[in-house]
Design a binder for this molecule. Structure first.
Ligand SMILES: NC(=O)c1ccc[n+]([C@@H]2O[C@H](COP(=O)([O-])OP(=O)(O)OC[C@H]3O[C@@H](n4cnc5c(N)ncnc54)[C@H](OP(=O)(O)O)[C@@H]3O)[C@@H](O)[C@H]2O)c1
Length: 437
């Protein structure tokens, strides 16, 4: 049974976690309390706060609220909203199951948990008559989930294309604008606090894949889990390809690309060449941006900070306000995965490609490469050849074609005697991507 809050009554918010985001949530509730009360008619009151190590200093947080016992938050009947900002899957999943089963509403910033267990938790919330909100889990301060769930609910979204990881966008911006090698740009991101000490999930695309699973589930009213999202990161990118892309009129970005293709949902994360004139090309540094396309509203782009304690806390507090605003007779349901859409087979998706390979500068090399692409019904848009002898480099831009045909063509090209080493293959945004054609 849901824990209801009545108008004018104080609403107690318990926290699971009090680190970077948790402490910013506490500050926000204390400093913004009067505004929240004026806007919602409810006074927020801080309840118990779960941490691992109670002896750590937490400026501005009442030490009497700190606990290392999860039951002080989860089993406290006065707590009606639980804010989960502890991260991780275990024991977090069990804590959220318990909170929802007790009818408490939950606000979480935990993308990895939602991208794996979102449908189950939304179902549990629906059954308990409680609410599960997760704006902070994708793009922190940018209110993209609220826009998709409310403002664009009836807009029939057809595509969501995003720069949803600020760390990699910062690294790529540095590589592109300062000509830095990948390792140097990553070091700079770490020195400036834009990358974690262990940046693996950011640079390999897993963080972006989790966010795209969440965004596409909401955009397409579907169940998309992280396992449905093939992802590639930027950890194997070469400064050379960023330079080639630049001279051909593109900038390289790590993109989350979600599309409806012949009624099925396709969601992927990969580094791609974005034309200089495209709106997403202008998003530099650690910012995030999400481009929403629909038949009715055409294109809407949201841009802003995708991380940071205060920025993420702003989304958490907005979710608390949504819960206060809709708790009785809520028109927003938790689980909206009612479209019945299937997941598209990745090989059937069509993309345009950039292909760079080292070749021996012998007569007829280009003709042999071109005939392989012709056999696979793939057409070449442009070719640039540089260098000579065994060090010649061939850069091709290919028009959109089904990815399985592209993979087959590249495997045949790689086997040619003239080709040296591994070819580099990157997708190109905006040249007729879509379903099988
Ligand atoms: N930081 C950002 O910019 C950002 C942006 C978007 C989303 N998020 C998400 O927000 C969540 C929190 O991130 P954060 O940066 O605030 O992390 P953090 O600074 O590491 O804080 C985690 C907090 O949770 C507590 N905690 C962790 N595991 C626990 C356990 N097993 N039992 C009890 N307490 C536990 C920690 O306790 P101690 O303090 O005692 O160690 C700490 O207070 C994560 O899901 C993250 O992905 C963060």
């Amino acid at each position: 049974m849901a824990v209801h809050v009545s108008d004018g009554a104080a609403v107690t918010v318990g926290l699971l976690g009090c680190g970077t985001v948790g402490q910013a949530v506490v500050r926000s509730i204390i400093e913004g309390g009067a505004t929240i009360e004026r806007a919602s008619g409810h006074r927020l009151q801080l309840g118990p706060i779960l941490v691992r190590d109670a002896s750590k200093p937490r400026p501005g947080v009442d030490p009497a609220l700190i606990t290392t016992d999860p039951q002080r938050v989860l089993a406290d009947p006065s707590v009606s909203i639980v804010v989960e900002v502890m991260g991780g899957l275990d024991p977090t999943l069990d804590h959220l199951r318990q909170a929802l089963a007790a009818g408490k509403s939950v606000v979480t910033a935990n993308k990895q948990l939602l991208a794996r267990h979102g449908p189950e938790l939304l179902e549990a919330a629906e059954q308990a008559g409680a609410e599960l909100r997760f704006e902070a889990s994708a793009c922190a301060a940018i209110p993209v989930i609220k826009v998709l769930r409310e403002s664009l609910l009836a807009a029939e979204i057809t595509a969501v294309t995003g720069i949803v990881n600020g760390t990699t966008n910062f690294i790529l911006t540095e590589m592109s604008r300062q000509g830095l090698a990948y390792g140097d740009a990553l070091g700079r991101a770490q020195a400036l606090g834009y990358a974690e000490a262990d940046p693996t999930e950011d640079v390999n695309g897993a963080d972006a894949a989790a966010k795209m699973a969440i965004l596409s589930s909401i955009a397409f009213h579907s169940r998309v889990l992280i396992d449905d999202v093939p992802y590639e990161g930027i950890d194997n990118l070469h400064a050379e390809d960023i330079e080639h892309a630049h001279s051909l009129g593109f900038v390289v970005k790590l993109l989350g690309v979600a599309r409806l293709l012949n009624g099925a949902v396709s969601v992927r994360v990969y580094p791609a060449l974005v034309p200089h004139g495209h709106r997403l090309a202008a998003i530099g540094g650690p910012d995030n941006a999400v481009l929403l396309e629909s038949r009715t509203t055409r294109e809407i782009m949201l841009v802003g900070p995708g991380a940071g304690g205060d920025e993420t806390a702003s989304a958490v507090v907005a979710d608390i306000l949504s819960i206060l605003g809709t708790h009785q007779g809520s028109f927003l349901h938790n689980a909206m995965a009612d479209s019945g859409r299937t997941i598209a087979r990745p090989g059937s998706v069509a993309s345009a490609f950039y292909l760079r390979m080292s070749v021996a500068d012998r007569p007829g090399v280009l003709a042999r490469v071109a005939s392989i692409f012709g056999d696979e019904s793939l057409s070449i848009r442009s070719v640039v050849q540089s260098g000579s002898g065994d060090e010649a480099s061939l850069v091709l831009i290919l028009h959109a074609g089904a990815e399985e045909r592209m993979d087959a063509a590249v495997a045949r090209v790689r086997a040619l005697d003239d080709v040296r080493g591994e070819p580099v293959l990157l997708r190109v945004l905006g040249d007729g991507e879509g379903g099988d054609r």
